[in-house]
Ligand binder design. Structure first.
Ligand SMILES: [Zn+2]
Ligand SMILES: [Zn+2]
Length: 293
């Protein structure tokens, strides 16, 4: 059995370059695969490995004073969900490019447990901000959440400042995949004059485990080879996306097999074969094509 781990920790790392090189050796010695960003503000990672390997890894981090209190979101899987092990020093754990420093250890929104978040969603007069990118929202999101018209995090601050300011006096709930994006973004909202800002602790992934994903429509976008994972495990579970070829409901996002395209597109298992995992007729005929049925 294998596990996928999703985790982050805001903490001080003195020498991110050195740390990243050491950490990479450690991960490789355990046979882990995935991607980990290391910055002077902390660590943000997702890795897959055998249960034995991920257990050693989790213990090592949990017992390191630098990472004390780190929380792991754990999914069981059948094999690796990454091809390589990438550990890279970065300026920021999430690329927001705010115009000034935001330290989530000093200023951040209230943390809501999955249960508290569920209750808050049912209250009147709350606004729910999905602070992920548009393609993530489209695959699945909480009922009535506001969709951000952005493709990358770095466009989010401006979009939010322009579009969301009308909600400054409301109770605001924010969420993202694993929680890390809310940490700084809720601090930003507070700086923008929002008064009642609350974030889903542990993100959608944790919510799916604790609340069976109640009120979540569709699937959740994840940054590994699975791309979409089910969250809502109740009878209300839905698929809100359709195959771009035949229109059948499908939660499957694929990367176009044309190596020069690699675009994400929605495609059911049957059309994946008939269209050779290609997003368009042009891509189907492309030279650098990696589809093998
Ligand atoms: Zn289809
Ligand atoms: Zn394509």
């Amino acid at each position: 059995m294998f596990e996928v781990l999703l985790y982050y920790k805001f903490t001080t790392i003195e020498d991110p370059e050195f740390f990243a090189a050491e950490h990479k050796r450690f991960c490789e010695s355990l046979g882990l695969k995935g991607r980990i960003w290391i910055a002077s503000e902390g660590v943000n990672g997702t890795v897959s490995g055998t249960k034995e390997a991920t257990a050693i890894y989790r213990n090592a981090l949990a017992n390191d004073v630098v990472f004390s209190g780190i929380e792991f979101k754990i999914d069981e899987v059948e094999g690796h969900t990454f091809k390589k092990m990438i550990v890279r020093p970065k300026k920021e754990l999430v690329t927001w490019r705010f115009e000034y420093e935001i330290d989530p250890l000093k200023k951040t929104g209230n943390y809501l447990s999955p249960e508290e978040f569920y209750k808050a969603m049912t209250e009147e007069d709350v606004v729910i901000f999905d602070i992920r990118n548009d393609y993530e929202y489209d695959l699945g999101h909480f009922k009535n959440a506001i969709r951000a018209e952005v493709e990358t995090s770095k466009d989010m601050p401006q979009w939010a400042a322009e579009t969301l300011s009308q909600y400054k006096d409301k109770k605001v709930l924010t969420y993202c995949t694993g929680g890390i994006r809310c940490e700084k973004f809720t601090g930003f909202l507070l700086d923008q004059g929002f008064t009642d800002v609350n974030q889903l602790h542990g993100g959608i992934i944790n919510y799916g485990k604790k609340m069976e994903g109640k009120n979540f429509e569709g699937y959740c976008y994840v940054f590994d080879e699975r791309i979409s994972v089910p969250i809502n495990h109740t009878e209300e579970a839905t698929v809100i996306t359709n195959c771009q070829y035949c229109g059948t409901p499908t939660p499957k996002y694929l990367n176009c097999a044309n190596q020069e395209c690699h675009e994400l597109f929605l495609c059911c298992p049957e059309c994946e074969i008939t269209h050779k995992r290609s997003c368009s007729p042009e891509c189907e005929k492309a030279e650098k094509h990696e589809f093998h049925s």
